[in-house]
Design a protein around this ligand. Structure first.
Ligand SMILES: C[S@@+](CC[C@H](N)C(=O)[O-])C[C@H]1O[C@@H](n2cnc3c(N)ncnc32)[C@H](O)[C@@H]1O
Length: 309
C-alpha cells in the first residue's frame, strides 16, 4: 500500500523501519541530536531536519500519516502547568500545531507507559482532549514488545488518531513470543570488551542462580538481581552492567538493535555509547508495524484496495 508519512523526534527511525516495510514513503523527518541524525541519514538516505520547534508547519510537506515518539519531557511540563489546557512550550505542542495545519488522515504517537498514570491520569486526559479537539477519533493502549515477537519487556503507550470518525479500530495484540537465541551472538564471536570483569561476574553468580539459559540478568537500583529468557526494557541512560547476558557480558549494539526489531541491514555508524543510547530511545519496530498495519486497514474502504500485511 502506498502512503506518505513524516517521522518526528525520529531518533534512529523505529517508525521509519515499520512504515517503509509497509510501503510508506517518508517525506520529512526531524531529529535534533546530531549523532542520531547521522545514523538516520546513513540508513535512510535522507538527512532529518533539526529542531522541530524551528520549522513553520506550512513548510512541512503534506502527508497521510504523522508518526512521533515524543520525548517524555513534555508531559512532566504539561503536568506542572497551571490549567491543563495550556500545552505551549511542550514538545507535544509541536505535534498539535503540525496536526492542526496539515490534517493527516492518521497519526500514531508513542510514549512511556507512565504517561497513563502521570498526575492521576490528568496529563493523558489533557493530551487526548487536545487531540480530539482537532477532530480526530483517538484510541490509546499500553502494548508490550514481548507480545510482538521481541524478547524484551518494554511497555509503551501508543496513541492512534483517525480523521475518519467512522473508523472502527482496535489495537493488535498477537501474543507472539520471540526467542532470545535469535537475538544473541554466540559468545565466542563477541569482542572481549563486552565481558564484565571476572570479579563482577563472580559476584553476580554468587548472588543469583538463573532458571533460564540463555537469560538476561537484570540488576535493579536496589541491587536485586533477577533473570528471564528475555531482556528488561533497554534504557538510554542505564548504567553499564545493568543488563548482563547470562550474568557475564553486556549486550552488543547489534543485539540491542535486534531487541528493538531493527534488521541486521541497519548500518551502525556511531560509537557504542551513542548506539546504546539510540537503541534505548527507539520504538520497537514490530509493535509499530503491527499497529500501523491495523490502522491502515481500518482506514481502507471494505473493498477495492489491497490490504497491507
Ligand atoms: C524517545 S526518542 C524517539 C526515538 C525514535 N522513535 C526511534 O525509534 O529512534 C525522542 C527523540 O526526540 C529528539 N528530540 C528532542 N527534542 C527535539 C526537537 N526539539 N526537535 C527534534 N527532535 C527532538 C531526541 O533527540 C530523541 O532522539
Amino acid at each position: 500500500m502506498s502512503f506518505t508519512y513524516i517521522d518526528l523526534f525520529a531518533g534512529i527511525g523505529g517508525f521509519h523501519q515499520a512504515a517503509s516495510a509497509l510501503g510508506g514513503k517518508c517525506v520529512f523527518a526531524s531529529e535534533i541530536d546530531a549523532e542520531a541524525a547521522r545514523a538516520y541519514a546513513a540508513n535512510y538516505n535522507m538527512t532529518p531536519y533539526g529542531d522541530i520547534t524551528q520549522i513553520e508547519a506550512p513548510e512541512i510537506p503534506d502527508h497521510d500519516v504523522l508518526l512521533a515518539g515524543f520525548p517524555c519531557q513534555p508531559f512532566s511540563i504539561i503536568g506542572k502547568k497551571l490549567g491543563f489546557d495550556d500545552i505551549r512550550g511542550t514538545l507535544f505542542f509541536e505535534i498539535v500545531r503540525i496536526l492542526k495545519e496539515k490534517k493527516p488522515k492518521l497519526f500514531i504517537l508513542e510514549n512511556v507507559k507512565q504517561l497513563k498514570t502521570h498526575n492521576n491520569g490528568n496529563t493523558l486526559k489533557t493530551i487526548l482532549k487536545k487531540l480530539e479537539s482537532l477532530d480526530y477519533k483517538v484510541y490509546n493502549e499500553v502494548l508490550n514488545a514481548l507480545d510482538f515477537g521481541l524478547p524484551q519487556k518494554r511497555e509503551r503507550i501508543i496513541i492512534a488518531g483517525f480523521l475518519n470518525k467512522n473508523v472502527n479500530f482496535s489495537f493488535p495484540n498477537p501474543r507472539l513470543r520471540g526467542s532470545l537465541e535469535n537475538v544473541l551472538e554466540k559468545d565466542r564471536v563477541v569482542d572481549k570488551k563486552y565481558f564484565a570483569s571476572e570479579r563482577i561476574a563472580q559476584k553476580r553468580k554468587a548472588r543469583h542462580k538463573s532458571e533460564y539459559f540463555p537469560a538476561i540478568w537484570h540488576e535493579n537500583k536496589g541491587g536485586n538481581i533477577s533473570s528471564y529468557p528475555y531482556s528488561c526494557a533497554l534504557r538510554a541512560g542505564a548504567s553499564y552492567n545493568y543488563l548482563l547476558v547470562n550474568g557475564e557480558r553486556r549486550l552488543t549494539p547489534r543485539e540491542m538493535l535486534r531487541l528493538q526489531g531493527f534488521p541486521d541491514s541497519f548500518k551502525i555508524v556511531c560509537n557504542d555509547t551513542q548506539t546504546r543510547k539510540q537503541a534505548g530511545n527507539a520504538v520497537p519496530v514490530n509493535v509499530i508495524k503491527a499497529v500501523l498495519c491495523e490502522a491502515l486497514n481500518a482506514q481502507l474502504p471494505e473493498t477495492g484496495q489491497e490490504k497491507p500485511s
